[in-house]
Design a protein around this ligand. Structure first.
Ligand SMILES: [Zn+2]
Ligand SMILES: [Zn+2]
Ligand SMILES: [Zn+2]
Length: 339
């Protein structure tokens, strides 16, 4: 009988969706995931199309990618939202600042010269033209004061109008102070080093596979050297059984590539942490001197060519370096094929 494993399947589609979203940005299929207003509220339609997942799940995944630093997020705008149900479908109404009533209207306001009361146009028409409805003066003189708001509930004229929002989905009425906000973000690779994002993505993708070999790969980890100085590496591979450091690696993806100085500082870090194995991943640019230094120090080297195959090549190379080490320790002579 086949047993369903919905949790694992969900987790797989979740990480698959993450990869797809990052890849589309990296390959410049999409510049950013921006919120789009639709009839069902704000949605990340590009991301939904790419992953075939629900709006809620896509929103959650984009947030997770921003939290882990794989994507950077930028606030587009804050929307006023209902404090009761969170809806952003709101209607603004004008209310009286004295009694709170919504029976407020804007119109031409007149003043009776006898009693100095303010009146609306409808007050002075018909009967009101013959007698002031406020003081009863006969044939009153009215002067135009201007266009103001008047409250028909408490008869205050003029009133300072205040805004109230009515939630169109739950009917709550609330003022500006009570309003919640919904922050809308766009997500992209911009705002941070693109190369760094690619390196992290490649390592994270390779990490799962490496864990199956009995090792753990931690990204962006600091190790204390014998000198007491902390050194940061793009990745540190440890033996899962005893936590011993087996390999340290740096991914150099800056446009300037790997120069002599960079190679030397990597060697110093490796020696200071007494790493058993080391690996430098570089893009194609590399000075001849840097290459000579790296090779003379028995540092493994991986030159990035095709980014989409980088995680696989990383996994294979790390696997082969580690299996060589463990065989060597058992006194066997074994030469692994390095991709
Ligand atoms: Zn009057
Ligand atoms: Zn009022
Ligand atoms: Zn509501």
């Amino acid at each position: 009988m086949q047993r369903r494993r919905p949790c694992n399947e969900d987790a797989a589609s979740h990480s698959d969706a993450k990869q797809r979203l990052v890849m589309a940005l990296r390959n410049r299929v999409i510049d950013e995931y921006a919120p789009v207003r639709t009839r069902r509220g704000y949605r990340y339609v590009d991301a939904e199309r790419l992953t075939s997942l629900s709006s809620e799940l896509v929103r959650q995944i984009l947030e997770e990618l921003a939290e882990s630093g794989e994507l950077s997020r930028r606030l587009v705008r804050s929307l006023a939202s209902c404090p009761s149900c969170g809806s952003t479908e709101l209607q603004l109404v004008i209310a009286c600042n004295r009694c709170g009533s919504q029976r407020v209207k804007k119109g031409i306001i007149y003043q009776c010269l006898s009693c100095h009361n303010y009146l609306l146009k409808e007050d002075i028409l018909g009967e009101g033209g013959l007698r002031c409805p406020k003081c009863g003066a006969d044939k009153p003189h009215y002067v135009v004061m201007g266009k103001f708001y008047a409250c028909l509930n408490c008869n205050s004229i003029p009133v300072e109008p205040t805004w109230r929002a009515i939630c169109e989905s739950c009917g709550s009425v609330f003022n500006q102070d009570e309003t919640d906000t919904l922050e809308l973000y766009s997500y992209s690779l911009d705002g941070r080093d693109r190369g760094e994002a690619i390196a992290e993505w490649a390592l994270m993708t390779a990490a799962d596979e490496i864990s199956r070999l009995g090792y753990s790969l931690r990204i962006n980890e600091e190790l204390r050297g014998l000198s007491g100085v902390m050194h940061r590496f793009s990745g540190v591979v440890r033996d899962s059984s005893n936590d011993a450091v087996k390999l340290v690696l740096d991914i150099v993806s800056s446009d300037s590539g790997l120069d002599e100085q960079h190679a030397l500082s990597f060697i110093l870090k490796v020696k200071d942490v007494k790493a058993e194995n080391s690996l430098l991943v570089v893009n194609s640019r590399m000075s001849a001197e840097a290459r000579r230094i790296v090779e003379s120090q028995k540092i493994n080297l991986l030159v990035m060519k095709n980014l989409s195959t980088l995680p696989d090549r990383l996994k294979l190379l790390i696997g082969s370096i580690l299996s060589k080490t463990s065989l060597r320790q058992r006194g066997l002579n074994y030469s692994a094929r390095i991709p």
